[in-house]
Every structure is written in structure tokens, then in C-alpha cells.
Design a protein around this ligand. Structure first.
Ligand code: TYD
Ligand code: MG
Length: 513
């Protein structure tokens, strides 16, 4: 029954015996498949990753390459040290094994953050690049990642820092042309010194290469404070037997770069492409390796862009940075009211449109929430959102049916936030509810009125945080009234804005004319 040299032993088990077969040959077969989306390891190929559900994402890897964390079980040299090890000889890298220390004995890191000089980017980073850290910047092709990185590199260089910009997709001449474009257009408006500051030139080095060893060699020569790798998907380590862009290559290259950053104190920015569904292409695994992950969002057919932090070991992920793509590269948008909502003094509100003071990190933006209802099919009505939470919309529709007297079951409902912003906070509930109700009833909200409040399941309007800041921002932008939860403004200095306090959604709907 059991062939060859297999060892079969009977194992006492109740009344009978359980036979355990052991085949030495079986143990040797080490094929494993790694998902190039989430990095999970599976012993056999499957069309769909069991972990993350991605289709056709499993790649076969040989033996230990699939092992977790890059630690080589054979007791050999740590593979992630690979290329960076070369620097150890020069005393750059602390040699020897690290020792456990008491928490209060650890020397604090007194290296200041490297401000990129681009306020909106620094804000998302939490104040600038942290020396020794690695940041991943993801975004769709053509969104402006290279432009932003080149501008940041230029500014850092103008501050007198050595910056190495590695381009693995374009030639050095193409980068030069882009830098010139940013510089030339800037010159008209600013002084030459300032224009130079924007596009750089001083200590900015450009390297067009894809080989990691050669990149390390150049970095060793220049010793930059900041290195940009644009893009990380194109570089490869020649000692790894896998094609560039594959899961294995990407992981190895990224690990070596993270190790280089940690050991030399260099800040490294990695640029990565994202797939259609918005993930950094290939590995979500990269996100675990780096210290911060920023996403460049926005419609490439519109001028403005949003940089959002989704992970940050040195700061909050609540902040966003706003930019506008112009002839002269990316321009910071410091006061975005014009793009996110229409001017309340000049424009009459339309049915289905309500402006909400929404918090994004520490800032408040006036964002326009829009909704449209249209006749649909009962039982198969569509509900679509853009920039809002779909579950939140479903809940609000149910509350509108139960407590607002609307019949929406046979209505398709579309809701979106203007300007590509994302508003997830419940404070926008009332605005969204009024937008849906307004569209359905063909009624509009009072002119120059903003709405603020969370909606509970029993139709009550609940209080929200940061009332004062939100009302101040609304008043600053010309809103004359705000509809707010009752009692929420006690002790709040509302300033120049009039308040309509409401307890319930049905009361709030009275402001619709
Ligand atoms: P790019 O930074 O190359 O995008 P990515 O690296 O994310 O793929 O630039 C994208 C677009 O921006 C490109 O279509 C051209 C446009 N652009 C401007 O409009 N103005 C400029 O000054 C620059 C440099 C680019
Ligand atoms: Mg690019």
C-alpha cells in the first residue's frame, strides 16, 4: 500500500490503530506561490488569492525566497543587508549586534526633519522627511508624482542638501527638461533666485539607472541626505533571480533600501504606481516595509490633486495636501474654497446641493455635497457614492424614509463630494440628508447656508466635534447661516454666522424651500 522507503508506523488509537505515513521525499518538495498583491504565501497555485481575493496574482518562487521577512533560515548573511553591507567597511554602518537597552537609556534622535519647502507636502509628512525613514508615494500614472518629487528635490537641494534623484523610467535629459519647465515658468513671477529654489540645480544629482547595486554605488559616492527612487517598480537587484517588477525583486529592493535608510540616516522616497483599483501595484507588502505611505489622488483631467497619508509612523494620517497642476509644475492650494464649493455670495444653491464644513486633519474645508435622485426600479434601485461612505448613505436613506416621510425605495440615488474630496465623517450626515431630500423634493436650501450634524437612527440630529472651528470657517467664506444640532453651540462663539438649531431630521427638512 505504501511504496518505496516511506516509513509507516502504527499509532495506538482507541480500538484500532491510526497509521501515519511519512515520506522523506514529500518533505523536499518546496514549491510556494506568493501573491503579488498582499504577499501571502500559498503551497499551490490558485486562480484567486485566498487572503486578499486578487485574481491571477500568485507567482511561483523558489525555496527560501518565499520565506517571511527576508531572514535566511540557513544562518547565512542577512540578505536584506546585501548591498548596504558594502558601506560598513567605511564605518558608516554601526557594525556588530545591537544590544537591548533600557527605554530611558536610548539616545534620542536629534536629527531635525528635512522640510521639503512645499508646505502641503510637509503637512502630510507630519513636518517634513524624517532622516533614516522611507516614504512610499503612490499614484496613478500621469498624476504628478515625478513632478512633485522633482520640485521637492529641487527645494531640498536649494537649501544646500545633497539630493540624489534616481529615475528608472525616464532619461536624465527628460528630467532636465521637466526641471527647466518648472524653472522657466516660475521665472516670470518670481526672482531668479526663487525660481532656482523651486527647480533646484545646486546639489541635485540625477541618475538614470535601474540596477540597485549601481544606484547604491552612486549613493555611496554622493552621500545624499535625501534619495528619490522614481519608480521603485523598475529597479532590480541583479543577484536576485527574478524579473524586474516581480514580487520577489520588489520586496528585496525595497528591503535593501529601507536598510540603507536606517543605517545611514538618509531619507528615501520611493515612487510607486498604483493599479486601477488604487492599490500600489504589486505589493501591498511595500506598505508594511516603509515608514510612511502617501497617495496622490485626483482626477488627472482636472487640475487639482490631493496628497493623502494612509500610513505614517511619524505623524497623523488625517492631514491632506492640496495641489493644482499648472504650467509650472504643481502649485500649492492653500485656500481651496473656490474648488470645493461655490461662492455663497454669488451663487444660488441648487436642489440637491448642500455645503458642509468638513474637517480634514486639523483644517476645515467647506465642501459641497451633491445628491441626485432619479426614478429607478423597485427592488433594484442603484445607490452610488463618490467621496462618501456608501453604508452611511444607505443608513441616511433609511432614516429619510422612516422619519423624513420620503419614499426612496424605487429611486436611484447618486451622491458625491465636489472636487474629488473624501468626506467620511458623520458630521456630513445632515448635509447629505438635505441634499438627497432636496433633490427628491426639488427644493433648495436657503442661500448661503451650511449644514452640520450627525444623524442618528431615530432621526435625531446629533452634535459633532470642533463646532467653533467649523463655524468660523463657514463665516470666513461668506456663509451667513448654519443649520446645526440643537444645544451644540452652547459656549461656542459662533461669530458672524446665524444659527438654525434643529433637534430632528424632519425639523431640519423645513429649511428646504
Ligand atoms: P508626471 O509628474 O510625469 O506624472 P507621474 O510621475 O505621476 O506619472 O506628470 C504628469 C502630468 O503633469 C503630465 O501629463 C504633464 C503634466 N505637467 C504639467 O501640466 N505641468 C508641468 O509643469 C509638468 C512638469 C507636468
Ligand atoms: Mg513619473
Amino acid at each position: 500500500m505504501f511504496a518505496g522507503s516511506n516509513v509507516v508506523r502504527p499509532l495506538p488509537c482507541g480500538r484500532g490503530s491510526l497509521w501515519i505515513g511519512y515520506s522523506p521525499r514529500m518533505a523536499k518538495v518546496r514549491r510556494s506561490f506568493v501573491c503579488n498583491q498582499c504577499g501571502s504565501v500559498s503551497p499551490r497555485w490558485m486562480g484567486k488569492c485566498a487572503e486578499c481575493g486578487a485574481w491571477d496574482s500568485l507567482e511561483e518562487v523558489a525555496g527560501s525566497a518565499a520565506g517571511g521577512g527576508g531572514v535566511d533560515g540557513s544562518g547565512q548573511r542577512d540578505p536584506q543587508r546585501g548591498l548596504a553591507e558594502g558601506w560598513a567597511a567605511e564605518g558608516e554602518i554601526a557594525a556588530g549586534n545591537p544590544e537591548a537597552k533600557r527605554l530611558n537609556e536610548i539616545e534620542p534622535l536629534d536629527m531635525p526633519r528635512l522640510g521639503t519647502g512645499i508646505g502641503e507636502l510637509d503637512r502630510v509628512l507630519g513636518g517634513g522627511l524624517v532622516p533614516g525613514s522611507t516614504v512610499l508615494i503612490g499614484g496613478e500614472p500621469g498624476i504628478g508624482k515625478s513632478t512633485l518629487m522633482l520640485q521637492a528635490a529641487g527645494r531640498l537641494a536649494a537649501e544646500g542638501r545633497a539630493v540624489l534623484y534616481v529615475t528608472s523610467e525616464e532619461s536624465a535629459q527628460q528630467i532636465q527638461m521637466r526641471a527647466k519647465r518648472i524653472e522657466d515658468h516660475g521665472r516670470g513671477a518670481r526672482s531668479t533666485a526663487e525660481a532656482k529654489k523651486q527647480a533646484g540645480g545646486g546639489e541635485l544629482f540625477i541618475l538614470a539607472d535601474t540596477n540597485l547595486a549601481r544606484i547604491f554605488a552612486q549613493a555611496g559616492r554622493i552621500r545624499p541626505a535625501v534619495m528619490v527612487i522614481d519608480s521603485v517598480q523598475m529597479i532590480y537587484n541583479a543577484s536576485v533571480d527574478a524579473s524586474p517588477g516581480s514580487m520577489t525583486q520588489l520586496r528585496r529592493c525595497c528591503m535593501e533600501l529601507v536598510f540603507l535608510a536606517k543605517t545611514t540616516g538618509m531619507a528615501i522616497a520611493l515612487v510607486g504606481h498604483v493599479t486601477k483599483d488604487g492599490q500600489v501595484a504589486g505589493p501591498r507588502l511595500l506598505e508594511h516595509l516603509v515608514d510612511a505611505v502617501l497617495y496622490f489622488e485626483g482626477d488627472r483631467y482636472h487640475a487639482h490633486r490631493i496628497v493623502r497619508g494612509v500610513k505614517n509612523r511619524f505623524g497623523t494620517t488625517l492631514e491632506i495636501g492640496l495641489f493644482e497642476m499648472s504650467e509650472a509644475g504643481l502649485r500649492e492650494v492653500v485656500d481651496p474654497s473656490g474648488i470645493l464649493s461655490s461662492d455663497p455670495a454669488r451663487n444660488q444653491p441648487t436642489p440637491g446641493s448642500v455645503v458642509v464644513p468638513a474637517m480634514q486633519g486639523t483644517r476645515c474645508f467647506m465642501v459641497e455635497v451633491q445628491a441626485l435622485t432619479a426614478a429607478g426600479i423597485l427592488g433594484a434601485a442603484k445607490r452610488r457614492v463618490s467621496g462618501l461612505d456608501a453604508n452611511r448613505l444607505s443608513m441616511i436613506l433609511a432614516v429619510l424614509e422612516q422619519h423624513g416621510g420620503l419614499r426612496l425605495a424605487d429611486q436611484d440615488v447618486f451622491a458625491s463630494v465636489v472636487g474629488g474630496m473624501r468626506v467620511a465623517e458623520p458630521a456630513a450626515d445632515l448635509g447629505l440628508a438635505l441634499a438627497v431630500a432636496g433633490s427628491h423634493l426639488r427644493k433648495r436650501i436657503e442661500p448661503a447656508m451650511a449644514a452640520l450634524g450627525e444623524i442618528g437612527l431615530s432621526g435625531e440630529v446629533r452634535r459633532v466635534s470642533q463646532m467653533e472651528q467649523r463655524l468660523r470657517e463657514a463665516a470666513r467664506l461668506g456663509f451667513r447661516r448654519a443649520i446645526v444640532p440643537a444645544g451644540a453651540v452652547e459656549g461656542v462663539r459662533a461669530g458672524a454666522i446665524g444659527l438654525t438649531e434643529v433637534k430632528s431630521l424632519s425639523a431640519a427638512m423645513e429649511v428646504l424651500r
